[in-house]
Design a protein around this ligand. Structure first.
Ligand code: PRX
Length: 658
């Protein structure tokens, strides 16, 4: 480190000082949708009235009788109201001045593209809804969807919602087994999949995985297959069971009446990882969800009528459900959907898309931003990013370095950044700045959304003081909250509402500073966050012990420069099985096959023994200390303290964790 810091480095260091506040440029504030700070006080005083006023933005077949029925922890919002989500997202715009406005802009990975106006989208959705009807789908039937980011994915969601058939989207990167598990839990009647999906110029053989899953999914009666990759993945259809999407819609009418849904009818189920057991089906209902996502989308992203809005998530996750499909479309906003990876065909792909369409609002993840940082500023510098007005992030805590890089090199110091904290369960953004009102601090999601109440508690349920860490809880119902775990209401109560009775336990650690700003500190349970994807240690451990060579496994998340967290597995082999590099590779692949590539451990470490307490509980905390190169924490409760010191020595000798 012989060189003195450059001016630029000095400037950056100053920006990164903890607590530095960025006020939004006047130019932005003057044009912001929400400019009056009274919104916070008013919503705080009467949050039901706040949400009821927002619900007026939707079109109702029948107005609700009661805004909220709250029997802790069971919520009903807009009780007695009738509406249809797709009618609100598509039809009403198609029959307004927005008819010829772009609803969905789709950019394909190889460079093909498609624009559907609201008028065109209405017809596509109707055709496919009629196709589903012809396959026997009725209100209440569950439909599983396993696709890449093709326009048919958004159309399929909306077609299901039009019929009142709850969809259950399974991320296209999940394995056959993960798909099967989710189909069976939801008892889905129909599966919508594709011949394949493009990923960095390669084909993901979706139908092949689907066929494998379908060997043991008794509830599935029919399968619809979208043709995306054609000859690149020769696909066979099983007569009587499988149908091509394009053949079904070719015969279908483009007229379809929306089903009048009860406010509390299920809109969708989406599976996510919990601390124990299998992934759980998070249930979202119709009215409250739509009110929550439309309101937050309009206010937080400061949406204007002519905006091009791009959320880079995959619709396989909640971010895509809420902020690619339902929120933007409910607001009549043009939403952009991109099929591929940020580095295909080159590392400037995102920025060329921003320039090509004149994207005004960009919503992405810290893990992507850190990757862009590593690729260098020359990529964004080559493109015209002057259309951008506002930037968002979601999925994991954003480190201040990445925040400042995003601000400088993408936002060119003009665009506010909204760091949005929320979860699959919350359905909508819960903690985030309103960009016209709240000054930002890099690394803080700032304040709860109007009407939302969040607290940080200690283990005894007492509020902690400014700056002290604790558990983040939400203390008031909100309209987009999940209503239960599909088929498992006890788990809903036990996992989320029992630790602090009457309060929603988020599973996240947080602190609040002197200004009332929230700083998220990551999960406090056994859920890992790898590149913004939620995976439980339990799932990966189960996949490892499923391999014939493995006796026992303990999985932890270790800090990772790009992904935020990476998966490290400590594995004990069965007697007589020699450790080898080949076996490590085989185990990593085994996990990818069982769950999906996102769960592939970054690192596998063979050990003759795992550190356990006297009651035989594996001490993951100590394994984390080892993997992250720290001094070992308290080891007094271990059954045999020698195990851990040996393990640490062995780990260091093998040169891990550098
Ligand atoms: O730990 C928090 C983290 O992501 C978790 C929720 O994951 P999932 O249900 O998959 O939804 C992700 C997208 C909404 C949270 O418990 N998380 C999400 N956003 C943030 C975050 N952590 C810090 N800051 C955020 N902005």
């Amino acid at each position: 480190m012989a060189n003195p810091p450059t001016k630029e480095q000095e400037r950056l260091a100053a920006l990164l000082q903890e607590g530095r506040t960025f006020s939004q440029p006047d130019e932005f504030r003057r044009q912001a949708n929400v400019r009056d700070p009274k919104i916070y006080d008013e919503a705080e005083r009467d949050f039901e009235a706040f949400w009821a006023a927002e619900a007026e933005h939707l079109d109702w077949f029948k107005r609700w009788d009661k805004t909220l029925e709250w029997n802790v922890p069971w919520a009903q919002w807009f009780v007695g109201g009738k509406l249809n989500a797709t009618y609100n997202c598509v039809d009403r715009h198609a029959h307004s001045a927005r008819r010829n406005k772009a609803a969905l802009i789709w950019e394909g990975e190889p460079g093909d593209s498609l624009v559907l106006t609201f008028g065109m989208l209405e017809k596509e959705v109707n055709r496919f809804a009629n196709a589903l009807k012809s396959l026997g789908v009725k209100k209440g039937d569950r439909v599983a969807i396993y696709l890449g980011m093709v326009p048919e994915l958004a159309i399929a969601l909306l077609a299901c919602a039009k019929l009142g058939a709850p969809h259950s989207v399974v991320f296209g990167g999940f394995s056959a087994e993960s798909l099967r598990e989710r189909i069976n839990d939801a008892k889905a009647k129909v599966l919508i999949t594709g011949d394949g999906a493009w990923r960095r110029g390669h084909v993901v053989p979706l139908k092949h995985h689907a066929d494998e899953a379908l060997r043991d999914t008794p509830s599935i009666e029919r399968v619809v297959v979208v043709q995306r990759v054609g000859a690149a993945a020769p696909t066979s259809l099983e007569p009587g069971r499988d149908f091509w999407w394009h053949e079904l819609v070719a015969q279908a009418s483009d007229q379809c009446e929306p089903e009048a849904m009860d406010a509390e009818d299920i809109l969708y189920v989406l599976y996510t990882s919990g601390t124990t057991g299998k992934p759980k089906g998070v249930v979202h209902t119709t009215a409250g969800y739509l009110v929550g996502v439309a309101t937050t989308h309009r206010m937080i992203f400061d949406i204007k009528e002519n905006d091009i809005y791009w959320c880079t998530a995959d619709i396989g996750w909640v971010t895509g459900h809420s902020y690619i499909v339902y929120g933007p479309l409910a607001n009549g906003c043009t939403t952009l959907m991109y099929e591929g990876s940020p580095d295909y065909p080159d590392r400037g792909r995102f920025w060329s898309i921003v320039a090509k369409y004149g994207v005004n609002v960009l919503y992405t993840a810290p893990t992507a931003i850190r990757t862009f940082m590593r690729w260098g500023t020359e990529w964004p510098a080559r493109h015209d990013l002057s259309s951008l007005r506002l930037l968002g992030t979601v999925g994991e805590p954003i480190n201040p370095e990445a925040w400042v890089w995003y601000h400088q090199h993408i936002g060119r110091e003009r665009c506010p950044i909204v760091d949005t904290w929320w979860q699959t369960e919350t359905g909508m953004i819960m903690i985030s700045p309103l960009p016209g009102l709240i000054a930002t601090k890099p690394g803080s999601a700032t304040k709860p959304f109007p009407g939302v109440r969040a607290e940080v508690l200690d283990a005894n349920g007492q509020k902690v003081g400014p700056g002290a860490g604790g558990y983040l809880v939400l203390t008031r119902p909100w309209p987009a909250m999940f209503r239960t775990i599909y088929g498992d209401p006890d788990r809903y109560v036990a996992q989320y509402w029992s630790r602090y009775p009457g309060k929603y336990f988020t599973g996240d650690g947080a602190k609040v500073d002197e200004d009332g700003y929230f700083w998220l500190l990551g999960r406090v349970d056994d859920v890992m966050n790898v590149a913004g994807h939620r995976i439980s240690t339990y799932e990966v451990e189960s996949a490892l012990v499923d391999h014939s060579a493995v006796a026992e496994a303990a999985v932890i998340a270790k800090a990772h420069e790009l992904k935020g967290q990476a998966i490290a597995a400590f594995v004990t082999l069965k007697d007589g099985i020699p450790p080898s590099e080949e076996l490590k590779a085989a185990l990593r692949q085994h996990v990818a096959n069982k769950i999906g590539a996102i769960a592939r451990p970054e690192e596998i470490f063979f050990t003759p023994e795992l550190p356990k307490t006297r009651s035989a509980k594996i001490m993951r905390r100590l394994l984390r200390d080892i993997a992250e190169g720290r001094l070992l924490g308290d080891t007094t409760t271990l059954a045999d303290p020698a195990v851990i010191s040996k393990l640490k020595q062995q780990y260091e000798e093998e040169g891990k964790g550098e």
